[in-house]
Structure formats: C-alpha cells, structure tokens
Design a protein around this ligand. Structure first.
Ligand SMILES: N[C@@H](CCC(=O)N[C@@H](CS)C(=O)NCC(=O)O)C(=O)O
Length: 203
C-alpha cells in the first residue's frame, strides 16, 4: 500500500487530498517540524535524501516533489473519477500549465514573501521589486482566469486545482489576495470539498 510521509503544515496536504478524492487506500506517517528551525526532522531524511514533504513510498518507488507525486498517483488510480483531462486535449495542456505553474512560478514569490516577513527589510532591495512585480502579475492573471473558468483546467475539477489551492491558501494567509474576489470565491469552493476537509484535518 502507498505510504504518505506527511509533514505538519506542509504541501503534503495536497497528496492526502488527492488520495481522498480518488478513494485510494494509503498509510500515513506523520513527521513534525523542528519547533525552533521549523525545518523537517531527521526522520524525513531517512526516507529521501532531499527530506522535503511530500514524499511517498510505493513498493520500490520513493518519490518527492508534489507535482510528480500527483502524476504518479493519477497513473495508479483505478477510480472512474478522472482528475486529469484527456491526454492531448486543450484542457489537458491547461491542466499541465497550472500543475507546473503552482510550484514552478507561483511558489517562489509567495514563499519568499513568507520568509522575508521573518526579516526586517525596508522594501527597497532588488528582491523586493522582483517579488512585488511577480505577485501583481501572477495574482491578476489567476484572478482573471478564475473569472472565466470554474477550475484551472476549465469546467472540471482536476489535480491542478489541488496543486494551486495550497499555494493560494499560503498567499491568502499572507494577505496577498485581499482584493482578488474570484480567487477568494474559488478558495471557498475548494475548501468545501469533503476530501479537502479530510486532508485539512491532518494539518
Ligand atoms: N517543490 C516542492 C517543495 C517541497 C517543500 O519545500 N516542502 C516543504 C514543506 S511545504 C518542506 O519539506 N520543508 C521542510 C524543510 O525544508 O526542511 C514540492 O512541491 O514538493
């Protein structure tokens, strides 16, 4: 059975959410962040040298990077629920773009904001300009997309929504989307999903 190595307050919530949506069995192993550094504990390094959550283990496969983990799970799923548009359709490429955008582009300015809030800064350094530009650009684009589409890959919920929601939640907690009504509405809809709520209970 697939094992999910879950770190509290982390992206591994995505994996639990997806498995719950697909009704796939899994074993959960909990790891707790170090209370001072907030980093992953040594126990996670024993599973994968990168020691970053999420990590899954399934037979002889050990995998990290949430996007890769999502694709792996979708490849194993026997559910009639297809959380990925049909290969090579226009929606599939929309799905793929958002699936990668979440970690490939959006995570950097959002997580940088989170980390920089822990430091004293006057807001005038080159990095501040880069982040401000990216935050404005990305969230305007996302908000405009969600004004037209119910979900990131079009009309149907997909794993790209799971990837995007977790970063959008961090952005919301940092008050980066206060004026983005479509993103706020979308987050409310995602958070009502039963599978999301099971994942959220795990922290
Ligand atoms: N791009 C990676 C990011 C993984 C990552 O940074 N995970 C964080 C938790 S959200 C982590 O394990 N942090 C603890 C540490 O770096 O020690 C993914 O999407 O899986």
């Amino acid at each position: 059975m697939l094992t999910v190595h879950h770190l509290n307050k982390s992206r591994s919530k995505r994996v639990i959410w997806l498995l719950e949506e697909l009704d796939m069995p899994y074993t959960l192993v909990n790891h707790q962040r170090d209370p001072i550094s907030n980093l992953a504990p040594a126990s996670l390094k024993l599973v994968h040298p990168l020691a970053k959550a999420p990590i899954i283990v399934d037979d002889n496969i050990t995998l990290c990077e949430s996007g890769a983990v999502m694709e792996y799970i979708l490849n194993q799923s026997e559910s009639t629920l297809k959380l990925r548009p049909e290969l090579n359709s226009a929606a599939y490429y929309q799905y793929l773009e958002w699936l990668h955008f979440a970690e490939g582009s959006l995570a950097l300015p959002v997580i940088s904001t989170l980390l920089m809030a822990m430091e004293k800064r006057d807001g005038a350094n080159p990095l501040d300009h880069y982040i401000a530009k990216e935050i404005a650009l990305d969230f305007s684009y996302i908000d405009a997309t969600l004004a037209k589409n119910s979900y990131f890959a079009g009309d149907t919920f997909s794993a790209a929504d799971i990837m995007m929601t977790i970063i959008l939640e961090i952005a919301d907690s940092l008050k980066l989307i206060e004026d983005k009504t479509n993103i706020k509405r979308y987050l409310g809809v995602m958070q009502e999903r039963a599978a999301y709520q099971v994942a959220a209970k795990h922290g």
